[in-house]
Design a protein around this ligand. Structure first.
Ligand code: ISL
Length: 490
């Protein structure tokens, strides 16, 4: 499954790649309904992954090598197995209002909200009342109006910061505070959104966390901010006097190959993708740049071309690592791992995938199209195990999720010995980035975003770096002044 001792074994690999920070998806105790995003104890490690002693050692071994860890912090909800939730099932418990327990309205649910995973946002308790969950049924939402909530998380945040972690990636951080539980306006999906999306109180909570808990440790926060435009993203960064998050993960560029919701894919529109990237580059002082994460399909399958697998993986990495901001590389992206080749629904493990399959069936979406949706969009596309070598590279046991059959061709062992591989390209690119201040602090000056061609300068004092990429599958001619030295090409 890839455990903490396994990460320790691979720290030197991360060093060879040039990695400085590692964001760990949640490794806390969890029944794993949503693979760690349903936390049952924030102060302990999931025994499947190891022990707290392993975790301490990981942090220590990382430090020796200049690698810092970022923990995933889920403040919107817990697992239904968390002790708070279990206690809250008793109406007289002091934990009752840690969550939203409400009676139904006659035969109806307490309100019309729908969840991120396509279901109704309420599930029934044994006593006939309902509890709110914006994600899976086993992920009840916490009530941030409760006077204890801040202190509960203060305890958790400080516990981890004292261990020496560098900061947190904060899960769905702009939907935590609910202003009311009234019915939401009519919407195709996520009914109720306007009652909790980036609310004023949410900003206040984040500013307080930042000022009282994060700043004293010199730590940082990168927030997963759902459905924000650049204006709202900037608000979540705060200002000089009242800082909030250090960086945000926006989603707008993820829209360039979809129609209304991510489950309806359309042909990738590189110009749209690049225009959105340009806008975020211009509007935000610093970006959290990513093309992949554990929720998104693989970028080379999504934006690249199977025919030009190697070229497109290298091209995408070039853009990712030369935009202004902090680049996030998702495990396996550096070897061009692709979407998985699962053959039937039972090969998938993701709760969202299963829910959407069931919902699509209810909506009479034909099977061939449901299958197309799952194949192209399922979060398991990114979650199949890291391809270390042609055997998978873990133990001889059965992996928790099947390894992609293309592991024989796409794996670290092969690419480490090939100077022309995607992995070798990443290594050179990261070095170049570290050696050229213009690629870090330099201004971003867009030049072309047309017909799949994306070109820009990064400029600092008299250092000027030109980045040109072709996201189409055709030859393109461009008119640009290109005298100078070639740093890298694919
Ligand atoms: O998958 C998605 C992105 O297109 C979203 O619907 C996703 O659920 C949303 O971005 C929130 O994601 C985060 O919180 C979820 C968890 O399942 C995801 O893995 C996590 O990244 C609930 O904790």
């Amino acid at each position: 499954i890839g455990d903490i001792r396994g990460i320790i074994q691979k720290l030197d690999y991360l060093v060879s790649l040039g990695i400085k920070y590692v964001w760990l998806s949640p490794v806390y105790a969890s029944p794993n309904v949503d693979f760690g995003y349903d936390i049952s104890d924030y102060l302990s490690i999931n025994p499947e992954y190891g022990t707290m002693a392993d975790m301490d050692q990981l942090i220590k071994e990382g430090k020796k090598r200049g690698i810092h860890f970022v923990m995933d912090l889920v403040m919107n909800h817990t697992s239904s197995e968390h002790a708070w939730f279990k206690a809250s099932l008793d109406p007289n418990s002091p934990y009752r209002d840690y969550y939203y327990h409400r009676p139904g309205k006659g035969k109806k649910l307490p309100n019309n909200w729908t969840s991120f995973f396509g279901e109704k946002a309420w599930s029934k308790n044994e006593d006939g009342t309902y509890y709110l969950h914006l994600f899976a049924q086993n992920q009840p939402d916490l009530n941030w109006d409760h006077p204890n909530m801040y202190n509960e998380f203060k305890h958790i945040i400080e516990f981890w910061l004292k261990k020496g972690i560098a900061g947190f990636r904060c899960d769905v951080v702009n939907v935590m505070y609910k202003t009311s539980l009234d019915n939401g306006k009519p919407r195709l999906f996520l009914k109720g959104l306007e009652k909790y999306h980036s609310t004023q109180k949410n900003h206040e909570i984040l500013r307080r966390i930042r000022k009282e808990l994060i700043e004293p440790y010199g730590a940082f926060l990168v927030g997963e901010t759902v459905m924000v435009n650049t204006q709202q993203a900037n608000d979540l960064l705060g200002n000089e006097s009242e800082k909030e998050l250090d960086m945000v993960f926006g989603f707008e560029h993820m829209d360039a190959d979809q129609f209304l919701v991510k489950w309806f894919k359309r042909k990738f529109n590189p110009d749209k993708f690049n225009r959105i990237l340009i806008q975020w580059q211009k509007d935000l002082p610093w970006n959290a740049n990513y093309f992949e994460n554990h929720d998104q399909p693989r970028s080379v399958s999504r934006y690249g071309s199977a025919h030009y697998h190697k070229e497109s993986a290298k091209m995408l990495s070039t853009v990712l690592l030369t935009l202004k901001g902090s680049p996030f590389i998702y495990q396996g992206q550096e070897i061009g791992m692709t979407n998985v080749d699962y053959k039937s629904l039972d090969e998938y493990m993701d709760v969202e995938t299963k829910n959407i399959w069931a919902l699509a069936k209810k909506l009479w979406i034909p099977k061939f199209y449901r299958w197309h949706m799952i194949k192209t969009v399922s979060r398991d596309n990114a979650r199949s195990p890291m391809q270390w070598d042609s055997m998978g590279g873990f133990s001889t046991g059965k992996p928790w999720l099947r390894i992609n059959h293309n592991q024989k061709k796409i794996n670290v062992a092969i690419q480490e010995n090939d100077g022309d591989s995607i992995l070798s390209y990443y290594k050179r690119l990261i070095k170049i980035r570290q050696q050229h201040p213009a690629l870090i602090e330099g201004d971003f000056v867009p030049l072309i975003a047309k017909k799949g061609v994306f070109a820009y300068h990064r400029v600092l004092n008299n250092q000027k770096i030109l980045v040109v990429s072709n996201m189409s599958t055709k030859y393109r001619k461009i008119k640009l002044n290109m005298d100078g030295e070639i740093l890298l090409q694919n």
